[in-house]
Write a protein that binds this ligand. Sequence first.
Ligand code: ADE
Length: 237
Amino acid sequence: MFCVKILTAYPEMFPGVLGYSVIGKALKENVWSLEIINLHDFGFDKRKSIDDSPFGGGPGMIIRPDVVEKAVNHIKENSSRNSLYIYMTPSGKTLKQLDLVKYSKFEEIIILCGRFEGVDQRAINILGFREISIGDYVLSGGEVAAQVLVEGCIRLIPGVLGQSESILEESFSEELLEYPQYTRPQVWKDTHRKEHHVPDILLSGNHEKIKRWRFNKSIEKTENNKPDLLIKNRNKK
Ligand code: ADE
């Protein structure tokens, strides 16, 4: 079973989105497991503090390395799996779909969620955490970012997605964005009574033409929303 262990100062933020839909169903069916470790259980004083002010001055508080180490040792005592250690931070390497594919092949991922101004760098380096960001913006903690990473990872485990969703996955791996989709009503009359029609070609029944149209729309969307993907593909060939 694929194991996810989260180190956090806010255990009540989990499972959060991970308890819903296909991911939540797979959790209930024991396709994967989720263990939440409260960093405060490894706090260093009577108040179970986990942080202190930064050496060299500056605002905010830094999570102490000895606290993180104790929490990691607790995990290691109870498991001997092939584990990946990740620290969620806006200054990490940006997460990509291909990274998720790699992560989903581990037996266990251990995710450290930062809060405050961050975590003592010695803990990251010595305990072997990879620094990962989910994008170029700053959240107030790593918990939401960890849920993004885990959600993206779990859906890649065989059997979690239905067949039709898995096919979508293949189209992403070709590195083109998805073509636009339409459903009923065929003619949608909006609140201003304006009519919006589904593209005729999709009603033609001509599967060859539909395939070509969708491919062209995919290219158009990729050019507009992610032109760097097309450039990368061109350079690969
Ligand atoms: N923590 C705060 N912001 C983050 C981000 N963008 N990615 C990962 N972890 C974070």
